[in-house]
Design a protein around this ligand. Sequence first.
Ligand code: SAH
Ligand code: SF4
Ligand code: F3S
Length: 536
Amino acid sequence: MVDLTVDGAARGPSVYLETFGCQMNELDSELVRGHLKALGYGFIDDRDAADIVLFNTCSVRAQAENKVLSRIGRLRVEKQEGRSLIIGVIGCLAEREGESMLKRLPEVDLLCGPGELDRLPMLLDNVLKGVAVEMADRAALQGSTSRRSATLSAAEDSLELLDLSRAFEPEAASSGGRSAYVRITRGCNKFCTYCVVPNTRGAEVHRPPDAIVDECRALADKGVIEVTLLGQTVNHYLYVHGAAVDAGGAEVPQVGPGLAALRKGAGGWAGRRVTTFAHLLERIHDEVPEIQRLRFVTSYPRDFGDDVLDVMARCERICRYLHVPAQSGSDRILGLMNRGYTVGQYLEFVDRVLDRLPDASIAGDIIVGFPTETEDDFQETVDLVRRVPFKNNFIFKYSPRPGTTAIKRLPDDVPEALKRSRCNELLAIQAQVSAQVHAGQVGREVPVFVEKVTDVEPTSGGGGGVILGWEQNQAAKGAVQCSGRTPGDLITVFDAPSQASGEALVGKIISVFVESSAPRLLRGRMVACPSKVSLG
Ligand code: SAH
Ligand code: SF4
Ligand code: F3S
């Protein structure tokens, strides 16, 4: 049992929370932190001093899981040696493994899936009070229930309350508290054959547009100038008004109407008002003008209408940046992945984007070594990467995931060494493509949202970094290096005259003249830009 007294007086439990995985998890961690803080929990950065260690986990690849499991292994030893500690596993791994994890890893005290995070305080309370006797007292998981019906369970409605009760803390947020995530859609209905996300995050559920706009408004009121909208396939966002309301008549989250309805457009909803992704973007842009940068991830290469591109073209504060994973350049592999598009359709989409938004920046994800991938299939992926001006691609080696269709139907037959060599080959080609994209910015003046003062001096070659000590850096240059991003998400570094002036720029948008480039970054000098700098 954790002792929660100091000199006989009660104290709040201290929590160490570590987050793995995607932006969705980062947002979940922020919400969990806010929720628990409001209940008297304290958050600390020192894992060794915490009463409670929470891991917000990712299950997308085996490697992501292994990282957490080794952390848990270390804490198991400490517990065996007598440390009183509560270990909680929350997020996608908890959901994927389910209650069997509590049996397999007895040092884990509680499990909470990403769809049940509003119940985390109850679980913690049970464990702290020592009343967690039954599994159900220590585990909150959706199981497969969320897939059974088209109506929302009560759990999902209360999950919405967690988003609605968001207490954004600028001090705890990145980029000087000026950047924030806003969820528009939970879950995923796509079922790509390799992917655990539909199992761990459940069915696609869209939040009411008013709730989203209100959240953006509230964030802007707290000083946020960059908002990134989150969903697994953001362009599938669709809200049918009047279809889901609570007892008081207020709109509530709604299960996705399905792709067929989406493809029919508003025509599929005779007489009903709908909010599409394009409408939603436009509303946020127009109704919350304080948001200087509106971004969204992740886009799906199908069902991305011209309506969205037109809104992006019209609204200057929507970043012309698309993260739109291709996954493979082989139609045969795309078919086995159940992606629902061909390489030709992907390229048509890219053409459509660049036609309307010539300065758009495109990023993606690729999986190499998917079952049955031949050298020819892989070379088609290489061709795709050479053809599209990707500013970057995250390249992953296929990892068979329990519970997916691919693991059940397709043997993981590409040897690890071959996956690795394909991954390296593709990384090298992507580096060339990235270098070209970045070189295209040299000589331009770009607006940069400053994220941090950094003492990492990037090398001119590979985009890696040589870490210089702070004093050494100071002495070498007499200035500090700042880093930030362009609207197209290109990392940009420049010097500020002093530490104080660098820190004062964090969270602001300034103009930088790009003098040179590397495969993964731009280097430039600050151009005086008082009107933007004085923001806030
Ligand atoms: N919803 C997003 C992706 C979410 S997962 C989309 O569809 O684009 C993030 C990325 O992880 C995926 O784009 C994919 O490239 C990679 N990924 C997912 N499952 C994987 C697996 N089993 N093995 C390797 N990479 C995987
Ligand atoms: Fe996974 Fe596919 Fe859904 Fe993306 S769209 S989360 S890859 S199932
Ligand atoms: Fe990982 Fe879950 Fe995100 S599996 S990528 S944390 S949705």
